[in-house]
Design a protein around this ligand. Structure first.
Ligand code: TYM
Length: 322
C-alpha cells in the first residue's frame, strides 16, 4: 500500500483554501493509502506565535481535520513536535541542500518581509523534506503554493539515494483539479491565507451562515456584467466560479454553463447558498468535538507515527555510519 504524508500549520483558523486545496484530498486518499497527517507546530515557530494561542490552534486544527472527514481510525494524525525524528532528519538532510536553493524559495522571500531573515524561516523547506521522507511518503497532497517545496524535497531525496543508499521513494505531488489555489475574496490577486489580516476575504471553518453570505456578497468582482472564466481579466469572478466548481464537484466548464445567464448579484447568492450547504455540516462537526477527545487522538497518532519514524531514522543513520 502506498504511503501519503501531508502537513498543516496550526497558525490560526483553518479556511476554505486549506479545505479545498488540501483537506478534501486528504479525506479522499485515506480510503486507499496509509496516510499520515501532521500538525506541523515546529514550522509554526518561524512566525513567533503566542504560546496560549498556539496551544489552542493545535487542538483546533485537529478538530478541523476530523470535521472535514479525516477519520482517526483510518489515518494517523499527530503533532510534529511529539516526534524528535523530524528535527533530527532535517539536520541530516540539510547537508543535501544548497543555500542558493533555499534563497530561491518564494515563500521564504514573502515571509521574510514580515518575520525577518532568520535561519528557521530559511531552512523551513528542509524540515518539510524531513516530514515527508521520515515516513517514506509516495504521495503528498498539497495546494499549489507548496509545489516548490515539494520539488526541493524530491531533489534532496534523490541526492541522498545517490550518495548513500536508495532508501527514499521520490514523492509525487497530488493536487485537486479545482481549488488548488483559492484566492482572497477581497484581494483576488493574493491567495486566501491563514496568517494574513484579510478576515473579510477569508471563509473560516467557524464562519456562520450570515458571515458566509456577507463575505460572498461583498467579494470583489469587476465592473462588467457577463459571467465568464478568465483568471487574468476577471480574477474575482473566476475565483468564485472555481470555488463553486470545487464544492459541487463539477468542472469549470459545466459550472460556467450553469451560471452564465445570471446577474452578478444572483450568482453571488447562488455561490453563498452552495457554500453554506458545503460548510455547515463541517462547522457543526467541528463545534461538537471536545479538546479531551482530540488529545486522545493525537496521543494515539504519536504512538503509531513513532513506529515508522523510528525505522526510517535508524536506516538513515546506518547508511551514514552514525
Ligand atoms: P499551510 O498550513 O499553509 O496549508 C495547509 C495546506 O493548505 C493548502 N493551502 C491552500 N490551498 C489552496 N488555496 C489556498 N489559498 C491555500 N492555502 C493553503 C496548502 O497548500 C497546504 O497543502 N508548509 C506547509 C505545511 C507543511 C507540509 C509539510 C505540507 C509542513 N510540512 C510536508 C506537506 C508536506 C504549509 O505551511 O501549509
Amino acid at each position: 500500500m502506498k504511503t501519503v504524508f501531508s502537513g498543516i500549520q496550526p497558525s490560526g483558523s483553518v479556511h476554505l483554501g486549506n479545505i479545498l486545496g488540501a483537506l478534501v484530498n486528504w479525506r479522499r486518499m485515506q480510503e486507499k493509502y496509509k496516510c499520515y497527517y501532521c500538525i506541523v507546530d515546529l514550522h509554526s515557530l518561524t512566525t513567533f506565535p503566542d504560546k496560549d494561542l498556539l496551544e489552542k490552534d493545535k487542538i483546533d486544527t485537529i478538530k478541523s481535520l476530523i470535521a472535514v472527514g479525516i477519520d482517526p481510525n483510518e489515518s494517523i494524525i499527530y503533532f510534529q513536535s511529539n516526534l524528535h525524528h523530524h528535527a533530527e532528519l532535517s539536520w541530516i538532510l540539510s547537508n543535501f541542500c544548497q543555500i542558493g536553493e533555499l534563497q530561491r524559495m518564494t515563500q521564504y522571500k514573502d515571509k521574510s518581509e514580515s518575520f525577518g531573515t532568520h535561519a528557521g524561516l530559511f531552512t523551513y523547506p528542509v524540515l518539510m523534506a524531513a516530514d515527508i521522507l521520515i515516513h517514506k511518503a509516495d504521495e503528498v497532497p498539497v495546494g499549489d503554493d507548496q509545489t516548490q517545496h515539494l520539488e526541493l524535497t524530491r531533489d534532496i531525496a534523490m541526492r541522498f539515494n545517490q550518495k548513500y543508499e536508495d532508501i527514499f521513494p521520490i514523492p509525487a505531488r497530488n493536487s485537486t483539479k479545482t481549488g488548488a489555489r483559492v484566492m482572497s475574496l477581497r484581494h483576488p490577486e493574493s491567495k486566501m491565507s491563514k496568517s494574513s489580516d484579510d478576515v473579510a476575504g477569508t471563509i473560516y471553518i467557524t464562519d456562520d451562515d450570515k458571515e458566509i453570505i456577507k463575505k460572498i456578497k461583498t467579494s470583489v468582482t469587476d465592473s462588467e456584467s457577463k459571467i465568464s472564466f478568465n483568471k487574468e481579466e476577471k480574477p474575482g469572478l473566476s475565483n468564485l466560479i472555481e470555488i463553486l466548481a470545487s464544492i459541487t464537484g463539477k468542472s469549470i466548464k459545466e459550472t460556467v454553463k450553469e451560471v452564465s445567464g445570471m446577474q452578478y448579484g444572483d450568482f453571488k447568492m447562488y455561490v453563498a447558498e452552495n457554500l453554506i450547504t458545503f460548510m455547515s455540516p463541517i462547522r457543526d462537526k467541528y463545534l461538537s468535538l471536545t479538546d479531551k477527545k482530540i488529545l486522545e487522538i493525537s496521543d494515539e497518532g504519536r504512538d503509531k507515527a513513532t513506529i515508522t519514524a523510528d525505522k526510517t531514522l535508524l536506516e538513515v543513520k546506518n547508511c551514514l555510519g552514525i
